[in-house]
Write a protein that binds this ligand. Structure first.
Ligand SMILES: NC(=O)c1ccc[n+]([C@@H]2O[C@H](COP(=O)([O-])OP(=O)(O)OC[C@H]3O[C@@H](n4cnc5c(N)ncnc54)[C@H](OP(=O)(O)O)[C@@H]3O)[C@@H](O)[C@H]2O)c1
Length: 158
């Protein structure tokens, strides 16, 4: 894996930009893709999802076929205390990725959470499905935010 440089040596493979590559989910994605994909990782401190220009530049440099967004502000209590930052990381950032994906033609994969959809449904969730809102905390609200900008861009092609 190339980290943060935006350039990978293995050009023959399909290219994957792994956002938040140091996190738990990203490491699981990396284990599954390392052999077959050319993975470029992006994470703090070199890459900040809340910086629109940085996001756009990183995606253009990496020229990925697929962007997998695993970056998030996941500290539930921290989200309560730092609502503005949580909103920027979990709300604005995925929107910047969606913009960059649309501009470059990359596929964006974004993960929801059981704070938004509790996973008890017996059939697949649909893109336009409403969240359950089983609780009304700040962290839940900021977690749901990315799905709005991501939907704004991608409902056009779904
Ligand atoms: N893990 C699960 O079982 C699970 C289940 C359901 C859904 N999810 C969803 O999957 C996503 C990732 O979860 P996770 O458990 O892998 O979280 P995690 O381990 O906390 O990883 C998140 C990563 O994002 C990075 N990050 C935070 N702010 C950033 C920013 N501004 N710019 C760039 N990178 C930033 C973090 O860096 P720092 O550590 O330096 O802050 C960390 O490396 C979340 O949306 C979560 O809701 C996870």
């Amino acid at each position: 894996m190339t980290v943060g440089s935006g350039v990978s040596a293995k050009r023959a493979k399909r290219r994957l930009a792994l956002i938040g590559h140091n996190g738990m989910l990203a490491q699981a994605v990396l284990r599954e893709t390392a052999n077959d994909w050319s993975v470029t990782g992006f994470d703090l401190p070199a890459f900040d999802l809340t910086k629109r220009d940085q996001v756009a530049a990183a995606v253009v440099a990496a020229a990925p076929d697929v962007i997998v967004n695993c970056a998030a502000f996941t500290d539930v209590n921290g989200c309560e205390e730092r609502e503005e930052l949580a909103t920027r990381v979990n709300g604005d950032g995925p929107g910047f990725l969606a913009e960059a994906a649309q501009e470059t033609g990359a596929i964006l994969v974004h993960f929801s959470t059981d704070y938004v959809f509790d996973g008890t449904k017996q059939s697949p969730y649909q893109a336009a499905e409403k969240p359950l809102w089983t609780a009304q905390s700040c962290s839940n609200a900021s977690t749901y935010l990315p799905e709005n900008p991501v939907r704004v861009f991608f409902c056009k092609i779904w």
